[in-house]
Design a protein around this ligand. Structure first.
Ligand SMILES: NC(=O)c1ccc[n+]([C@@H]2O[C@H](COP(=O)([O-])OP(=O)(O)OC[C@H]3O[C@@H](n4cnc5c(N)ncnc54)[C@H](O)[C@@H]3O)[C@@H](O)[C@H]2O)c1
Ligand SMILES: O=C(O)C(=O)C[C@]1(C(=O)O)C=C[C@@H](O)C=C1
Length: 289
């Protein structure tokens, strides 16, 4: 793919930093620039070879910028768009990495009025429970999906440019509508995170068990790993995708309501069927992937 002149990453943390580091290592832009509000973090990002340069003012961050990636928590998307909007150049492609897509499109609609044709919302389906630039990893996106949810206004050329960048980082790009995206990822990503937070907190709130965490092993560790994720990020996702997440939490509660009597009534046949069906689905779709 063609080398861009300048890419600016706003929010040089795990996701923005991994993107920047990959772009820089592959030489996909002459200048990988960071923009944010935390000077110490941006200086560290330069030291770690994640970005080439940074600025603390939106005007210089946007000057000569071919593509800007917003990798800030969902709750900060609108204010960041407001900050850069006056300085965006005609040709600058605006994309993001937010974990929910309709809220980012709503934020952009509020800021721009009519959505720019260079605006291409996206979401890399890769991450870890750590956050911050120290966790940035240029291989994070290799063999992972990136979902692009173009708006009605997104131009084909802008979508192709965003797609090409993610593919160059090793990702498998898929296109879908923002509403379908938010429904699917409420079920596969947002729901498990909320369940993990809930399980850890449930046990935390039972002091009669003593320090129950000392009696946990691999099963609890695997299930609860994602409860170590960033609380700001998950607060913002829960608020941004509240309709779909609350729907899937309710579905899960209803499922537990059906499961409880099976355990109470020691219905071994029904329990075995449930566990065997779930194991077969996981082995087929997750383990062998
Ligand atoms: N962590 C994951 O697994 C994951 C995966 C896919 C997408 N995402 C999405 O990517 C985005 C970033 O997540 P992350 O895990 O990289 O978080 P992070 O905490 O590692 O990085 C976020 C960065 O944004 C900066 N920031 C926060 N508010 C800002 C503001 N108002 N202006 C400028 N900079 C600001 C922070 O200083 C930090 O450097 C979020 O929208 C998240 O939903 C996260
Ligand atoms: O692997 C992890 O720790 C993640 O949380 C990554 C994960 C997920 O798989 O649910 C979390 C949020 C994202 O928006 C995308 C990916």
């Amino acid at each position: 793919m063609n080398c861009l002149n300048k890419i600016t990453v706003i929010g040089v943390g795990l996701i923005g930093g991994s993107f920047a580091k990959g772009i820089k290592q592959l030489g996909l832009a002459q200048q990988v620039h960071g923009f944010g509000h935390n000077q110490d973090n941006l200086e560290l990002a330069v030291q770690l070879n994640v970005i080439d340069s940074f600025s603390l003012d939106a005007k210089s961050a946007m000057q000569g910028c071919d593509l800007v990636l917003l990798a800030v928590p969902l709750g900060a998307m609108q204010s960041v768009l407001e900050m850069i909007q006056p300085y965006l150049e005609e040709h600058t492609i605006i994309t993001d990495a937010g974990s929910a897509k309709q809220s980012v499109i709503e934020a952009a609609t509020t800021v721009f009025g009519s959505l720019p044709e260079n605006f291409v919302p996206a979401h890399p389906i890769a991450g870890k429970e750590q956050s911050g630039v120290l966790a940035a990893d240029e291989t994070l996106y290799v063999d992972h999906r990136v979902i692009i949810t173009p708006t009605e206004k997104s131009s084909d050329a802008a979508v192709l440019q965003v797609k090409a960048l993610w593919q160059a980082l090793g990702a498998k790009v898929e296109i879908m509508s923002a509403s379908f995206h938010d429904e699917v990822f409420a079920a596969t990503s947002h729901l498990p995170h909320l369940l993990a937070f809930a399980l850890v907190e449930l046990l935390n709130e039972h002091p009669e068990l003593g320090n129950v965490f000392k009696y946990t092993a691999g099963g609890f560790r695997d299930f609860s790993r994602i409860a170590s994720s960033d609380p700001t990020m998950w607060r913002d996702i829960s608020v941004a995708n509240s309709v779909a997440i609350s729907k899937w939490l309710t579905e899960y509660r209803n499922y537990l309501d059906q499961m409880i009597p099976l355990v109470e009534q020691q219905d071994s046949e029904a329990l075995y069927t449930l566990f065997a069906t779930a194991k077969a689905a996981r082995d087929e779709h997750i383990v062998k992937r």
